[in-house]
Design a protein around this ligand. Structure first.
Ligand code: GLU
Length: 299
């Protein structure tokens, strides 16, 4: 068993767009096991910044699902919809330091600028922002706010070590471009909210699905811009739907079947390649699973 460290803090950060399914349960369970194996705290953060995508009451449904499985947070969950003031303060800090700037580009402005430079590059169907408004709005009204990917000797290349995927690197300028902190519709961007909240909740260990690994360099860049600590990162194998893509509501993920919570935990544990655990109830099973996780020593 790893040495107990009161400072270790893990979190599960679901977006309340639907109930937990087999894929999201893997992230919930692994983040819980990892925190517990270090004798640390485990928190839940409801990521409801993208309000049009969120379903009312879904936070309660998710928390009930977690409780039925024996996964109970150590503090009342934090809701990102309540955190606008903190995100605003972070944005002010970034503006004052010259990291953040207003952008007046529409999607078609960005496509046109990329086509004109012959550099059209699709990345997850998202264009790499060509930096048009870096030096001013050129008479256009401000729409979104973006972060520079290189400033004050920080960026654009970010190297980091994932506990499962190993050494990772991304040139954020070339692969993503100056990215959005506040959207044209006024909503806070996921990258800013996650970085501000991971620091505020003193999260030391981020454990989440591999589909989110690509965001990590942007998040580390933002941490450096805001002089915030960088947690350690572990990106988990994904559960795939029948179409081979990450399991999601769109490809038919069913809510986990809570008539047999132990079976739900066991199938999440198979994805995590934990050994089979003999137990009759969730709580017994979880105690043994913490031991198995610690013994495996994912450092
Ligand atoms: N809210 C994100 C999601 O549900 C997770 C964010 C994170 O773990 O950093 O995909």
């Amino acid at each position: 068993m790893a040495l107990a460290s009161a400072a270790a803090t893990g979190r599960f950060a679901p977006s309340p767009t639907g109930p937990l399914h087999a894929g999201s349960l893997v992230a919930a369970l692994a983040s819980w096991l990892d925190a517990r194996a270090q004798g640390g705290r485990w928190l839940v953060r409801i990521e409801d910044v993208d309000t049009p995508r969120c379903l009312p009451g879904m936070d309660t449904v998710i928390l009930q699902q977690l409780a039925t499985l024996g996964l109970r947070p150590d503090e009342p969950p934090l809701h990102q919809s309540q955190r606008g003031a903190a995100y605003g303060q972070a944005l002010d800090t970034l503006r004052v330091a010259g990291w953040a700037y207003d952008c007046g580009c529409s999607r078609s402005d960005i496509d046109a600028a990329l086509a004109a430079s012959g550099a059209a590059r699709a990345r997850h169907e998202q264009a790499v922002y060509p930096g048009t408004c870096r030096d001013g709005l050129h008479g256009k009204p401000a729409r979104a706010v973006r972060l520079r990917t290189r400033h004050r000797g920080i960026g654009p290349r970010i190297d980091w070590l994932d506990r499962r995927l190993g050494p990772m690197t991304q040139d954020v300028e070339r692969e993503v471009g100056d990215f959005v902190l506040k959207r044209a519709d006024g909503l806070w961007a996921y990258q800013l909210a996650v970085v501000v909240d991971d620091a505020w909740q003193r999260v030391t260990h981020v454990v989440r699905g591999e589909d989110l690994a690509d965001n990590t360099a942007r998040q580390i860049l933002l941490q450096r811009a805001l002089s915030l600590p960088t947690p350690s990162y572990l990106h988990l194998p994904l559960v795939r739907g029948a179409d081979g893509h990450k399991l999601s509501k769109q490809n038919g993920a069913q809510p986990i079947d809570l008539r047999d919570p132990l079976a739900a935990l066991r199938s999440a544990a198979r994805v995590l390649q934990l050994p089979t655990i003999e137990a009759t109830g969730c709580d017994d099973w979880l105690v043994a699973a913490v031991r198995a996780w610690a013994a495996r020593g994912v450092a």
